[in-house]
Design a protein. Sequence first.
Length: 188
Amino acid sequence: MNDSRHRFWPRHRFWSARRVPAGLTALVLLGALGLLLYDIVSQRTGHPVMEWRRWLAEQLATRPLGDGWMVGIAVALVVLGVWMVALAVTPGLRSLLPMRDDENDDLRAGIDRTAAGLVLRERAMAVPGVRAVRVDVGRRRIRARAQAHFRDLDEVRADLLTALGDGIRQLGLARRPGLSVRVRRPAR
């Protein structure tokens, strides 16, 4: 894989292809511009202008700029444009956490955040004294909330920090997220 973006920024997130929105946008624009081009060519060759173009020109000429419909359409077009720009400049695949490979720079791997949470949950459940645990994996922070039932809470928390820290290290993430652990007794 000779992707220059990968070579310079190997630890960034994966970019989604976004083929469907790009394809739909291209088809809509192709149809609208094709229809406009057809109408302009037919007008230049002496044929009458299509009714939709005559109606649109009349509406644009007679309606004031402060009209509700004009403002509403303008706002909708601005929101659509901002959304398209946001889609173009953001990576998209937020559920994948990039992993590092120190030996091979051409290989990229990622792990789903849900799968990473399940792996870390299994490690946390192996800690003695843990009755139940919930692990939420974010892009920058991993939060673990555990219930301990027969050991001292500080000991369980220290063991959880060790086990989860080792688990995060063994996941091989490109950017190591922060870890927060909360341990409490179950409600009676």
